[in-house]
Design a protein around this ligand. Structure first.
Ligand code: RIB
Ligand code: CA
Length: 337
């Protein structure tokens, strides 16, 4: 990430907010974010996505309870995309959004204000610019930027799990978070706010193998055991073994995005223009990542300054998964793969 990227290397935790559509891998991401000392989670905003908004909020509360998280403010945000018809990902995350994991109901309070207002207040009150870790469709973040442009200087960068250089997952062309709300993604990617695009290529590179998943599921530690259940669910629904390296393995998904904020050295980045295909049809929601070094016959049609983002073109997947496992299951001898 750029030289201006905050890092725990300066000794102080990185101030972050998480925007989630808790789902199975958002849950893994939340567990990592609130347990890792390199991050200071200032707020959690919820958006409809993997499952409907109300379920996202309840799942988020329960996962934060599981992690014994401090009373970090949680708020409900946008329940549907800006334009697109809502379509969830319960085919991946299960009816509840947490696979087969059953967690007790939570008493954790939810803010009365809308998530966009919580984000506005949090960003303006923070003593230094905050990293926005966006793990959901970008509806909340897009509305925040449109309603409150004054917060832009208070955002160190938006590190978004979304998009893909190549094939999609929700469709052949589109990754789910961008596909769910393409207009929101276009707004964020062309906002001029520094964006790191953690797409499907790194998303599927940080994985945990079947044996380690089984070991987590046998852990005496409730967080490690829950992570085992979540990963086992993902291994069971993974649509393409080639993408996760071996049968029975699972990608840590959104949790890899959080790990990338904790340790930017995990990443290889390439600054490039990125636009979102918005036209109806098979390409809607596709992120067009222009990695060309020169200009083609079409000239600078995508190379306008506002669409330049840091695209993750490489990830040390083993180290990324190891960082996650070390935080989730510190009691393990060696966080094997
Ligand atoms: O395409 C994967 C992304 O969409 C992940 O963030 C998953 O949780 C869903 O939100
Ligand atoms: Ca997500």
């Amino acid at each position: 990430m750029s030289a201006a990227t905050p890092s725990a290397a300066n000794g102080r935790p990185i101030p972050v907010v998480l925007d989630v559509d808790t789902g199975v891998d958002d849950a893994l991401a939340l567990l990592l974010a609130v347990r890792h000392p390199a991050l200071d989670v200032l707020a959690v905003s919820c958006a409809g996505g993997n499952v409907p908004l109300a379920q996202v909020v309840e799942n988020t509360r329960r996962v934060l309870d599981l992690a014994d998280a401090p009373p970090v403010p949680i708020a409900a945000g946008m329940h549907r995309p800006l334009v697109e018809t809502p379509q969830d990902a319960s085919y991946v995350h299960g009816r509840t959004g947490l696979g087969t994991l059953e967690l007790p109901p939570s008493e954790r309070p939810v803010e009365e204000v809308h998530a966009v207002e919580l984000l506005r207040r949090t960003l303006l009150a923070a003593p230094e610019p905050v990293t926005v870790i966006a793990l959901a469709p970008l509806t909340n973040v897009a509305v925040l930027l449109r309603m409150h442009p004054e917060v832009a200087p208070r955002i160190a960068r938006i590190v978004m799990m979304g998009g893909a250089i190549g094939a999609g997952n929700a469709t052949a062309a589109a990754e789910f978070n961008v596909w769910h709300d393409p207009e929101a993604a276009e707004i964020v990617l062309t906002s001029g706010v520094p964006v790191v695009m953690y797409g499907l290529e790194p998303f599927y590179t940080a994985t945990v193998g079947a044996d380690r998943i089984a070991e987590l599921g046998r852990s005496a530690d409730p967080v490690a055991r829950a992570a085992g259940s979540l990963l086992a669910h993902l291994a069971g629904v993974t649509e393409d073994e080639d993408r996760v390296g071996s049968a029975g393995a699972a990608a840590i998904g959104d949790a890899g995005t959080v790990a990338a904020v904790i340790d930017p050295a995990l990443l290889r980045l390439h600054r490039a223009p990125v636009r979102v295909a918005l036209a109806e049809g098979p390409t809607r929601g596709c992120t067009v990542v222009d990695l060309r070094t020169g200009l083609g016959a079409g000239g600078a049609e995508t190379k306008d300054a506002g669409s330049h983002v840091e695209v993750v073109t490489g990830l040390d997947g083993a180290r990324c998964a190891g960082l996650f496992l070390a935080a989730i299951d510190p009691g393990a001898a060696v966080p094997a793969r």
